[in-house]
Design a protein around this ligand. Structure first.
Ligand code: PDD
Length: 278
């Protein structure tokens, strides 16, 4: 069954072959997008395509396809996957060229995509919540672009795992920004806060969905800097991403958050999120 796409062809992932000179491999000179699919329908597709386009513009990689062509590729991947709940991963690199930092001329971008079944979710995630540790953010200062060069994120996530935690929460200059692969929300006295959308966080699509749901639920939200102390003293902490959706974090730096159980506001947002998927 075709579960991948490479430069115009749908094929099984084992048959996808690219050159070792691909700039995505050599330099991490590539951007990506990950789109969740529920009941065979991509969730917030136009927002994902808009961010994909912006990542290409910001890195000056030519967008090889029109929006309609992207929609068509994604739909065909979904149809060929035989799955109903899945994710579609898309990666576009600047293309294949002899190794040289300067952009190559007249080179076609490499377009790769794959589908993956929705990961099985452990119920503990919702009944007990996840744990996180705070770590120094050592990434570059264009975290708003969804680039594949994720070495700092990978190392910070591993640091969390080795600590026995699920996620690393990145702190820069005393400000809580986001997780290694998630956005972060905190709740204090029934008011929600999340870091503002600037060059230091990825503008998560799930973050936008949660912001939309909070407004519909009339729950107050502030998009402004969060201090490490505010995080550690929060009543609730949530992390969001296309693969995790919205999950409670009940331990940060080995200390319980609030009651140490998933919070009431999280439960309301989570229920609204599940409804939005249908
Ligand atoms: N990661 N922040 C970072 C650093 C991320 O890598 C991600 C997503 C998010 C959440 O974005 P969204 O809600 O659009 O998924 C925030 C994806 C899922 C990944 O790298 O696999």
């Amino acid at each position: 069954m075709a579960n991948a796409y490479l430069n115009g062809e749908f094929l099984p992932i084992e048959e996808c072959k690219i050159s070792v000179l691909d700039r995505g491999f050599i330099f991490g000179d590539a951007i990506y997008e990950l789109i969740p699919v529920y009941n065979s329908k991509p969730f917030y597709l136009s927002a994902h395509l808009k961010r994909l386009n912006r990542s290409l513009e910001q890195t000056k990689i030519t967008n090889p396809h029109s929006e309609d062509q992207w929609i068509n590729i994604i739909q065909q991947l979904i149809d060929k996957s035989g799955l109903q709940q899945l994710s579609v991963y898309i990666q576009i690199s600047r293309g294949v060229a002899p190794r040289d930092h300067a952009f190559p001329v007249n080179v076609m971008p490499t377009v790769f995509a794959m589908t993956n079944p929705w990961p099985s979710v452990s119920e503990d995630m919702y009944t007990q919540g996840l744990s996180a540790v705070t770590v120094d953010d050592m990434r570059w200062d264009r975290c708003d672009i969804k680039v594949t060069s994720l070495l700092a994120n990978v190392m910070k996530k591993q640091q969390a795992i080795e600590h026995g935690a699920h996620e690393a929460i990145l702190v820069r200059d005393g400000k809580v920004l986001e997780g290694s692969a998630t956005n972060v929300f905190i709740v204090k006295n029934e008011k929600v806060s999340t870091a503002p959308k600037d060059h230091l966080i990825l503008p998560g699509i799930t973050r936008d969905v949660v912001v939309e749901l909070l407004s519909e639920l009339n729950i107050p939200l502030t998009e402004s800097a969060i201090t490490q102390q505010e995080l550690n003293n929060a009543d609730e902490v949530w992390i969001t991403s296309s693969t995790k959706e919205c999950v409670p974090v009940t331990r940060v730096d080995d200390q319980a958050i609030g009651t140490g159980k998933p919070g009431e506001l999280w439960a309301r947002v989570f229920a609204a999120y599940q409804q939005r998927k249908n």
